[in-house]
Design a protein around this ligand. Structure first.
Ligand SMILES: NC(=O)C1=CN([C@@H]2O[C@H](COP(=O)(O)OP(=O)(O)OC[C@H]3O[C@@H](n4cnc5c(N)ncnc54)[C@H](O)[C@@H]3O)[C@@H](O)[C@H]2O)C=CC1
Ligand SMILES: O=C([O-])C1=[NH+]CCC1
Length: 331
């Protein structure tokens, strides 16, 4: 009998001295994940962070470690554990000039051995957009019947811009998506892709034009200096800010940050790495997990910002989800 038939492990299984280890491709990840599954899993992870490590449904979220590789590039290490999902993993991201690679190492929940190595890009994309969508739905709730009135701006035309447009269209059915990117042809290409998926999208030529009267704004660029000014943002709008993840970087101007009520995925991570908060001295009102748990009621009609840092626990719950769904397919 072929060894792979006896492994019982999904994906391509490798026999190690501790047991079978699965190699899970990007393609398999994209095949088994749906927005509804990822939204539910990321919700458990964010709630777990706010519950803390000692709660039975809590999570353990150490700070991200940055390893500069002597000018060649950088390695980011992102561990996380969510008790409710028996999800223990570490994501390793390699950021080298012209190359980005990410791998998630998922560990066996009771034995601690390596269970799977999962290509990380699809999980990173979907879990980040899911966190933004969960924050948006809490901080900017609208009736289902009113969702098509929403104007959603997306700044950027890369991977995160694409999934943010997709998840916003999933959660706010019929919303109008506006895409702005530095290269107008990139914005146009994303618009065409979104339209081919049945999403109502158009491109804008400036940031100001994209965010004019927008109800929801997603900043999904690599900008290290502020590209969004408070004077352009409609009072009462909600902003998802996922970039500028170093203390010396910023993607929103001080006027915007100071005029808004600020939420984050992790206070600790934000105070360690979010230049938008550190440089402006802004106050974090609550973690989004606290809002999801009903421990904090967001104010009505205020401009809100979700400052997303990206957490290992979000990767952990999605990695466990992917592994368990692939395992179910083999049974
Ligand atoms: N908070 C979180 O959980 C996560 C945050 N990120 C962050 O999201 C951002 C986007 O990531 P991806 O979509 O994966 O990257 P990407 O490389 O696919 O796309 C980046 C986009 O930003 C644009 N861009 C770069 N510099 C710019 C500037 N100075 N001004 C305006 N546009 C600029 C590029 O042209 C491109 O459209 C990055 O800042 C990244 O660090 C990424 C993953 C997770
Ligand atoms: O996966 C992640 O959360 C991040 N990717 C780039 C920086 C943060």
């Amino acid at each position: 009998m072929d060894e792979r038939e006896t492994s019982g492990a999904p994906g391509v299984a490798i026999r190690s001295s501790h047991g079978w280890v699965s190699w899970v491709s990007e393609e398999d990840v994209r095949r088994v994940l749906t927005w509804d599954l990822v939204l539910a899993a990321v919700r458990r992870a964010l709630e777990g962070v706010s519950r803390g490590p000692n709660h039975p449904s809590g999570a353990v979220q150490p700070l991200r470690t940055h390893v500069p590789a002597a000018g060649r590039g950088q390695m980011l290490i992102m561990p996380g554990f969510v008790n409710e999902d028996a999800a223990l993993s570490t994501k390793v991201l390699q950021v080298f000039p012209g190359f980005h690679h990410s791998y998630i190492f998922l560990f066996h929940p009771t034995e601690g051995r390596l269970q799977a190595m999962i290509e990380g890009d699809a999980i990173t994309e979907m879990r980040t957009a899911a966190a933004s969508a969960l924050a948006t739905m809490e901080l900017h709730p609208v009736l289902e019947s009113e969702a098509h009135h929403e104007i959603v701006a997306v700044l950027g035309a890369g991977k995160q811009a694409c999934v943010h447009a997709q998840v916003m269209a999933h959660c706010y059915k019929g919303a109008k998506i506006r895409i702005w990117a530095r290269r107008p042809e990139a914005a146009e290409a994303l618009v065409l892709q979104l339209r081919s998926e049945g999403i109502c999208a158009e491109s804008s030529t400036t940031v100001q034009e994209a965010v004019k009267d927008a109800d929801i704004i997603n900043i999904c660029t690599g900008a290290a200096i502020s590209i969004l000014k408070g004077e352009w943002v409609k009072p009462g709008a909600h902003v998802n800010s996922i970039g500028a993840l170093r203390p010396n970087c910023q993607e929103m101007d001080e006027a915007l940050v100071k005029s808004a009520t600020i939420y984050t995925d992790s206070r600790e991570q934000a105070l360690a790495g979010a230049g938008d908060i550190i440089k402006t001295g802004a106050t974090i009102t609550a973690e989004i997990g606290e809002v999801l748990l009903g421990q904090h009621a967001p104010p009505k009609n205020c401009t809100t910002i979700f400052k997303s840092l990206g957490l290992g626990v979000q990767d952990s719950v999605c990695a466990r989800l992917v592994y368990d769904r692939l395992l179910a397919e083999t049974e």
